[in-house]
Design a protein around this ligand. Structure first.
Ligand SMILES: Cc1cc2nc3c(=O)[nH]c(=O)nc-3n(C[C@H](O)[C@H](O)[C@H](O)COP(=O)(O)OP(=O)(O)OC[C@H]3O[C@@H](n4cnc5c(N)ncnc54)[C@H](O)[C@@H]3O)c2cc1C
Length: 471
């Protein structure tokens, strides 16, 4: 970790959570001088998120960074939507990673921090950003310790309570919490079997394994809904478990006990001049389905190459507006389905229970419904807007069989299609490119342009000219 002797950077990221760290690494791949300022002296020791979904794994793989995650994680083939009894079958996902990877957030952060440091990012801890001023040339930040720092661009990756969002006066519209969940990371004398979950007229409880023999017990207890209270005691957790499931599992020695609400908000804008928001700073919601961290990492993959290009004068600043245009709708989508899941989790009335049985039955009998919901949680349905008349692949993610370790784009071709390599862009022949002969893949793995023309060289050249980003 570095000190503050050099208080200037091309980009300063506020917040060394997973999103800030992944973004720092993305920027460093392009050689951007990147500093990360973090309020906390040390990384948080307990994991919030427990899982990485398919699209996130695809993006890690695109950078050649997925192996450490796969090696240390557990592949979960079925996942829940709103704690419904009938699980979603993830094995049918159209992804090289048709599962949820159980991988605690503290370990994710450790790997991402190491990656950012290895790539040359400066990470400075114990620095809380409290002031922000921007003009046409850059942004000045001040910290609680009195330091003053300057950057061409600033990204607020400082979580749901984002100071950067507040200081730039970006609205955060949405709904306040009206449901509170309990969470305990605990040991258990009689742990329930893996995948255990209950939802009934008394509440909801789900159990997930953590490393070191710890289990996470979390859910909804209608009898403990005082707004704003953070604390949970072990006695309370045991009583809740007994009330909902009939057993207390011999819970003991908690490592983390907390409560959290379902406030659901999405920032009105992702960019204000030279300041951008990413991750929880841009969106917050109930952690149903385990998607928030994934959504944020995917923000960073979208933003990194664009911000690098703009900061290095390789693209016009308007490129940064596409970040919000592309990412904000997916945050709204997550906000919507996590609200729907909250309704299912808290459906304890006879009518609510009937709705749950009906939906659960449909998921069990309609494989396409199961797949649609699974794709939504896994993020594999994420695609970005394409111009009218564009090839159908445009905007989709196309990463299978492709590595862009240096975060530079690639022209990919169907087998046997020859293309002369344009300056600065590699040409990669894929084992298959269904429905197209050639495609230009952006550094984040999404298709910028594709064609089905038999001789695509001229069209490819035109597409590259319209890309408006130099590499
Ligand atoms: C109980 C729970 C379970 C969850 N489970 C899942 C799950 O299974 N899957 C999933 O995908 N998501 C899950 N989430 C959501 C996930 O944890 C978040 O989406 C994720 O942490 C967001 O990462 P971030 O980097 O955007 O923000 P954060 O992780 O909040 O990091 C922000 C960082 O900014 C720092 N900071 C804040 N203010 C300042 C400041 N003024 N100056 C400097 N630094 C500052 C903070 O100290 C922090 O380190 C869960 C969340 C909770 C609460």
């Amino acid at each position: 970790m570095t000190d503050l002797s050099d208080n200037e950077a091309e980009v300063i990221i506020v917040g060394a959570g997973p999103v800030g760290l992944w973004l720092a690494a993305e920027l460093r791949l392009a050689g951007v001088d990147t500093m990360v300022l973090e309020r906390a002296a040390e990384p948080v020791p307990h994991p919030k998120a427990l899982g990485l979904h398919a699209r996130t794994l695809e993006q890690l793989a695109l950078r050649g960074a997925v192996d450490a995650f796969l090696a240390g994680g557990v592949q979960v083939p079925a996942w829940h939507f709103g704690f419904l009894e009938q699980r979603l079958d993830l094995t049918r996902l159209d992804s090289p990673y048709p599962f949820l990877l159980s991988f605690p957030q503290d370990r994710t952060e450790a790997l991402l921090q190491q990656r950012a440091l290895d790539l040359g990012a400066r990470i400075i801890r114990s620095q809380e950003v409290v002031g922000l001023d921007q003009d046409d040339t850059g942004v000045r930040l001040t910290t609680a310790s009195g330091a003053s720092l300057h950057a061409g661009w600033v990204v607020g990756a400082d979580g749901a309570g984002s100071a950067v969002r507040r200081l730039t006066e970006i609205d955060f519209p949405g709904t306040d919490a009206d449901v509170y969940a309990y969470l305990g990371d605990v040991h258990a004398e009689q742990p329930p079997p893996p995948g255990y979950g209950v939802q009934n007229e008394r509440g909801a409880l789900i159990v997930a394994p953590l490393p070191g023999g710890v289990i996470r017990v979390t859910g909804y207890d209608p009898e403990n809904q005082e707004p704003g209270r953070r604390e949970v005691t072990l006695t309370e957790l045991s009583e809740t478990a007994t009330r909902i499931t009939g057993a207390d599992f011999g819970l003991h020695d908690p490592t983390w006990l907390t409560r959290f609400g379902n406030a659901t908000r999405v920032a009105a804008r992702y960019r204000q001049g030279r300041v951008l928001l990413a991750g929880d700073a841009a969106h917050m919601h109930f952690p149903a389905g385990g998607v928030g961290l994934n959504l944020g990492l995917q923000d960073a993959t979208n933003l990194g190459w664009k911000l690098a290009a703009v900061a290095q004068d390789r693209a016009p600043a308007t490129l940064l507006d596409t970040y919000g245009t592309e990412r904000r709708p997916w945050a709204l989508d997550v906000a919507e389905h996590t609200l729907a899941q909250t309704a299912l989790i808290t459906a304890t009335t006879p009518t609510g229970q009937a709705l749950r049985r009906l939906l659960s039955g449909l998921i069990g009998t309609l494989p396409d419904l199961s797949l649609t919901l699974a794709r939504r949680l896994a993020g594999v349905d994420v695609r970005y807007p394409a111009a009218a008349g564009a090839h159908p692949l445009t905007g989709t993610s196309l990463t299978a069989g492709l590595e862009l370790r240096d975060a530079r784009p690639a022209l990919v071709t169907a087998p046997g299609v020859q293309l002369p390599p344009p300056p600065g862009i590699r040409v990669v022949e894929l084992p298959s490119l269904p429905g197209a002969t050639a495609a230009l893949i952006r550094p984040d793995g999404h298709v910028w342009w594709a064609t089905s023309e038999q001789h695509p060289a001229a069209a490819a050249q035109q597409a590259l000219a319209s890309f408006n980003v130099r590499f």
